[in-house]
Design a protein around this ligand. Sequence first.
Ligand SMILES: Cc1ncc(C[n+]2csc(CCOP(=O)(O)OP(=O)(O)O)c2C)c(N)n1
Ligand SMILES: [Mg+2]
Length: 808
Amino acid sequence: MRTEGKVTTNQIDASELSFDDFKLIVINDYKIAVESRQASILGRREVLTGKAKFGIFGDGKEVPQIAMAKAFKKGDWRSGYYRDQTFAFATGISTIKEFFAQLYANPSVEADPSSAGRQMNCHFATRSLNEDGSWKDLTEIKNCSSDIAPTGGQMARLVGLAYASKLFRRNPELDYLKNFSVKGNEVAFGTIGNASTSEGVFFEAINAAGVLQVPMAISVWDDGYGISVPAKFQTTKEDISEILKGFQREEGTNGYEIFKVKGWDYPALCETYERAINVCRDEHVPVLIHVTEVTQPQGHSTSGSHERYKEKDRLAWEKEHDCIIQMRKWMIESAIATDEQLNEIESEAKRTVKAVQKEAWDEFLTSIKQEQGQVIKMIHAFADGNAALIKIANQLASTPDALRREVLSSARKAIRLSVNTPSADRDVLVKWYLEQAEINEEKYSSKLFTEGKESPFLVDVVEAQYHDDSKMLDGRELLNACFDANFARDQRLVAFGEDLGHIGDVNQGFAGLQAKYGDLRITDTGIREATIIGQGIGLALRGLRPIAEIQYLDYLLYALNILSDDLASLSYRTKAGQKAPVIVRTRGHRLEGVWHSGSPMGMILGSLRGMHICVPRNMTQAAGMYNTLFRADEPALVIECLNGYRLKEKLPDNVGEFTVPLGKAELIKEGIDITVVTYGSTLRIVEEAAEELEHLGISIEIIDPQTLLPFDTEQLCKKSLQKTNKLLVIDEDVPGGGTAFILQQILEVQQGYYLLDAQPKTLTAKAHRPPYGSDGDYFSKPSVDDVIETVYAMMNESKPNQFPGLFK
Ligand SMILES: Cc1ncc(C[n+]2csc(CCOP(=O)(O)OP(=O)(O)O)c2C)c(N)n1
Ligand SMILES: [Mg+2]
């Protein structure tokens, strides 16, 4: 009996096939479809009987997905959503056993290669990376970028996956990247539900791909609903391909080829996908395949039943138009198979899937059962008649199919209850628990970053070098020289964003570089922040090195969902199976007014764990950080100081090579009275304040953490507090934003709390956004006056005689 292994679909090439061969292919497809349906049925049952938490399945989409799988070749990419299990099985991207392992949340990469139990079921991903973080040969893999649950979120990255093919095809300098592309022939397949086409990012992506003319093939599975909400509330004219008709390519225009096909019509689906993907692959024209009349036999998910909101007529229609029923009918009518043959395939599918499911469940439980047995034994060993302890052990023993949390929780409770009766046997449990804590940290919390051999922490530290008459130039020119050197060094680097290409960005960091490196490498984009980031993610997933520019930090919000849901979580949610080393470049902090002076660091720190957050105080430090990041393979956000481009800085001789390591704080000025921690644009203000403070007899020590994630890994702040015993943290975020994070790092992580002899303070911007004009800035962001007075007030508090109150 087969318990594992893959049954994948085959292409139908009518010109070469005999009818018998054709029959075999169709029968095999039918088998894939019914096995997948059985997986859905059994999967739902597993949730409803409590063995899994939640289930969402691809029933009703089997036949169209087999047709899509036929057109999908090695090297191609998918960016889709949770309905695509049949596609995953039919391509070999996943197996039914892996599907069940993920449903049970088996935390092993071997059992669930998509996510190591970290994602809900039907969130697929192939493993692009070896253990050491290096790339596999992606041209030999049917690639699946890691699914995310936020509907529509897959669209942004889809643009980038398709755009990579364009770069590989058009830029001969990339020919050496043999493991990533064969002349840009790869198609990026997207899938989305009909209702999710209501999302803004869907329309943004559709337009972007139309402009870019990239091989993107987007399938819409249209079942007429988004959970309970029918099409009339979702889509104008209730028909997505109808309203997208304006995107249809015409003689002499760019645009799309749009196809519409019924989701239960196997021959029409196979023919449509073949035609659509040929155009897409050969001509690099985006295609939309609107798959209509799709059903959802088990309803949306395990969270409810669709009988609640679907009319009787609709339910009856869905029964009849179930794609498997229709395919079956067509096969019998076309003499491809008999009723008996199909009955046999169906019975066999039930047996096979059941066996595979059981195997996945047993494997999931094996290691837990072992831990369960150990804990019971260890507790009994020191229970010594203690009723409470014996109860814990017995309860655990009588829990069939205990989860790991029940095992661990019992161990921890037993340790707590026995704290006053130490014994060697108790020590055994304590030791076991501490070891398990580490093992479970690896299982459930590891790989927020890839941490491979190209980690930024392994990049050589190279000091900036200067000579006697090193040139002083504008900060923007220094950055420009850094980008120039790196673009000459690494053909994989590309940069794109609004106004970045022709004019070289709004502050001239890329001035002249498009002329030098061509518009495939330095490129203007539309105003579309979410898909600028998605473009970066897709390129980076395919081995390129994108610099995705967001024009101002204030507009990062338009891309925050993609950054947070997709980019920042990628390594974690695949347990380092995929990486996307996107460098997001932006500029922020103070300039002018409500929309051009943002410094929402708390928002960034709260939403972008999984990215490095760099806050250089000037363009030299920014260049050093870029030099590190370009040589590493983890994603980062670099926030340049908006008001720093025209300040003069000394040009390092090795502007394209010197590196600023991440997490390395810098002592900017020594002092003895108060430690002031600040970064970015406020640093210059604090330096200015320090001079006047010296005249007032106060000596501050200034520390620039340089990166907020990671934060001061060598604990310079703590060392400074050992001397000053006083702490002031200054930034331009709202009160309790970035400064609260910094306090947590210094007081809690670095244990700076023990070194303080006065209340730690923060000085921030006001809670509102700054009003326009210099006065607006002065009254809402920390000024030199504010810094001096805040520092002075701290001194007044500790030494009132020496520093009498300024205002009373
Ligand atoms: C951004 C976002 N909003 C809401 C949800 C909750 N949600 C999950 S699935 C779904 C309906 C999606 O319908 P559709 O796109 O038609 O796909 P279908 O499930 O019908 O295949 C909703 C609202 C979500 N996951 N993400
Ligand atoms: Mg739907």
